[in-house]
Design a protein around this ligand. Structure first.
Ligand SMILES: [Ca+2]
Ligand SMILES: [Ca+2]
Ligand SMILES: [Ca+2]
Length: 222
């Protein structure tokens, strides 16, 4: 049974038409970071989440209940205003095709067009999230030039990792585990705690399953 919504705001590259698993994982872990941010002067992540959920409910594609952090997944290489525009303008039929019966073309194209890219010195383009992530994505390595460290998290032992790996629930990023310290938590009904990212992600993480109770689910026509 599907207990968690498919990502409300599509992880562009996690979609069947996307760019592959590695990048999907990168966008996935970028969610917690991006979720805490506000696009200054424009659409905030909370507004985008609320409006997207409202639209999907008007389209009778999303049930009542909570949305976990995993419901909204995107990195800083997505233009929030652009995504909000997609949810405003796309028809219920197009959204149903995207969420319930992928692959779909119209919605996929709208969402893909919201991707912000970085132009390498040689003129090629990579995702904006590839900028200063510690890997040379441009053939000329220019995406890693003049980096300020803003996209990095420094572990207690001095190791530098992409900021997106902070509080992503994976303890294998800093060797000393410090990337998963002081992260938001969800309190289970029995009083134990799990990382907040486990809330409504479709898997029971609390021993009593309470992290998966009261979650909104997609209500696709059968
Ligand atoms: Ca890079
Ligand atoms: Ca981590
Ligand atoms: Ca869970």
């Amino acid at each position: 049974m599907l207990t968690a919504p498919r990502r409300l705001v599509p992880a562009l590259s996690a979609h069947p038409f996307g760019r592959g698993v590695r990048l999907a994982a990168a966008l996935l872990v970028a969610a917690a970071w991006a979720g805490a941010c506000t696009d200054e002067g424009g659409t905030s992540t909370d507004e985008l989440t609320g409006n997207a959920a409202a639209k999907l409910r008007r389209c009778e594609l999303l049930g009542d209940g909570d949305l976990g952090p995993q419901a909204v997944i995107f990195g800083p290489s997505v233009d929030l205003d652009c995504l909000a525009g997609c949810f405003d303008t796309l028809s219920c039929a197009a959204l149903e095709a995207f969420y319930c019966a992928p692959p779909s073309v119209e919605a996929s194209e709208c969402f893909e067009d919201c991707t912000v890219r970085f132009t390498c010195a040689n003129g090629a383009e990579v995702l904006a999230t590839d900028r200063c992530d510690g890997n040379a994505d441009c053939a000329d390595g220019s995406d890693e030039a003049e980096c300020t460290g803003d996209n990095e998290f420094v572990c207690a032992d001095g190791l530098r990792i992409p900021l997106a790996f902070r509080c992503d629930g994976d303890e294998g990023d800093c060797i000393d585990g410090t990337d998963e310290l002081d992260c938001p938590t969800f309190t289970c009904a029995d009083g134990s705690t799990v990382t907040d990212r486990n809330r409504c992600d479709g898997t029971s993480n609390c021993a009593d399953g309470s992290d998966e109770q009261g979650c909104a689910a997609l209500t696709c026509p059968s």
